[in-house]
Design a protein around this ligand. Structure first.
Ligand code: GAP
Length: 436
């Protein structure tokens, strides 16, 4: 008997079946740790990003946006410490040639893949992807695909301050791709080689850093709750002293209880003035800020909130995935928040004969910018189940009475409640859902 519990396999299968996520280059047997987002996945991902942009825009403190380049100069990554330190411990099995992160397995035991115990020494494996710019092969032409978006923010700190009317305290936010040559990409979108980050670097005076750190932790937790994530599955875990990165004074992971355990969803770190000072030292440019009150210059301290778009995407799917039974029939649904559901509403004529009578409802909502689907193929039950499975919060069914009374039946994905509403109230119904 199959269990109702959500598993990674169920999520991967739904993602492929319904066009959320595909393995990259699948027809050529795939590229490990790299994924493409299908029609519904692209929409869900964009909605997640929009929710973060909205969070940033509505913040009490001033925050501006940046869209930095993906290719990063060698000097940037040398200064940030990534060239020397951004690596994972790696071991190879000499028998089956499989590679593992040394901290993922017990080296006292045999290889989990082939059962033979014949390990190489542990080596440090560099996680940054390196490339060469231009036609001349020369070490000075080396560039890196950024392993985090944060450094584009630090190297542009002075550009932003000089060109915008921002004053400390303020933040710079960015959404963008990051790349890491993970030794063992795993758990689908959890650990990927190409992924997207949403990062906020908040600059403040040192004496206010702790206050802002606590404030951002609280704000970010509220963000996840507002997205509809089950609050019992979210917790914060402060890092132990020996876990802290060399630049960090304190760090809290926002963790989610995945089927494979409590894992980091977002990292919130007090990065001190480390990054700005490093870039000032390596570039020779003064990145300090002049304080009008004291007449002295100082280096602002930084609070960072960093979350992966794809990891949040996966978290949302785990959280929303539900299996239940309706009138003896199994149903899978995604209880997505209406604001992030890829399709907000579906217009379903009860019979194909009615399609022409209600196409205009669909067209008019679409023209107003709502994400709407029109579906007239298959039994109505099948169509409901399809919409449930992709997380559509409401379906409007147009039946033979609708022609006479200008009403449709609104069916709610979660409560299954059906109510008859006038066609001219359909848009309001959708608006109400989106405002929740
Ligand atoms: N700038 C700080 C930074 O990059 P991180 O903890 O390495 O810190 C921040 O990454 C967030 O980015 C993680 O909490 C996770 O959500 C996401 N992330 C990191 N590596 C990832 C990977 N390989 N695949 C998917 N998401 C990843």
């Amino acid at each position: 008997m199959s269990s109702n519990k959500v598993t990674l396999e169920k999520i991967v299968s739904l993602c492929k079946r319904r066009g959320f996520v595909f393995q990259s280059a699948e027809i050529y047997s795939g590229l490990n740790g790299v994924y493409d987002f299908g029609p519904l996945g692209a929409k869900l991902k964009q909605n997640i990003k929009n929710s973060w942009i909205d969070f940033v825009n509505k913040a009490e403190d001033e925050i501006v946006f940046l869209d930095g380049s993906i290719l990063g100069a060698q000097a940037v990554w040398k200064a940030s410490g990534h060239t020397d330190n951004f690596s994972d411990p790696l071991v190879d099995c000499q028998n089956c040639k499989k590679r593992f992160r040394a901290d993922d397995i017990d080296l006292e035991k045999a290889c989990p893949a082939c059962g033979v115990k014949k390990w190489t020494d542990v080596r440090q494996f560099k996680l940054m992807f390196e490339t060469e710019l231009g036609a001349v092969s020369d070490k000075s032409n080396i560039a890196y695909l950024r392993p985090e978006t944060a450094q584009s923010i630090f190297v542009n700190f002075k550009n932003v301050m000089n060109s915008s009317r921002v004053k400390i305290p303020f933040g710079i936010a960015q959404i963008g791709k990051a790349f890491r040559n993970e030794i063992t990409p795993k758990q689908f979108l959890f650990r990927m080689r190409e992924f997207e980050q949403m990062e906020l670097e908040f600059f403040c005076k040192e004496e206010n850093a702790e206050k802002f750190f606590n404030k951002w932790v609280e704000l970010r937790i509220n963000y996840f709750k507002k997205l509809g994530l089950n609050s019992e599955k979210i917790r914060t875990r402060p890092h132990e002293k020996d876990e802290l990165a060399h630049y960090s004074k304190s760090c809290v992971d926002v963790e989610y209880n995945f089927p494979f355990g409590w894992k980091e969803l977002e990292g919130i770190a007090y990065r001190t003035d480390y990054d700005l000072k490093q870039h000032a030292k390596h570039s020779g440019k003064d990145l300090s800020v002049f304080d009008q009150e004291t007449g002295e210059s100082y280096y602002p301290h930084v609070i960072e909130c960093s979350v992966g778009v794809d990891r949040l995407f996966l978290t949302i799917l785990f959280d929303a995935y539900t299996e239940d039974e309706i009138e003896g029939e199994k149903r899978t649904s995604l209880k997505l928040h209406p604001q992030i559901a890829p399709i907000t509403a579906a217009i379903l004529p009860l019979s194909k004969k009615l399609s022409n009578n209600c196409k205009n409802i669909y067209e008019s909502l679409k023209q107003k910018g709502y994400s709407i689907q029109f579906d007239d193929s298959g039994s109505i039950g099948k169509r409901y189940r399809r919409q449930d499975e992709i997380g559509t919060p409401v379906c409007f069914t147009f039946d033979f009475d609708s022609v006479q009374d200008n009403k449709v039946t609104a069916r709610n994905r979660d409560t299954l409640k059906q109510e008859r509403i006038s066609i001219d109230q359909v848009e309001n119904y959708i608006k109400n859902l989106l405002e929740k």
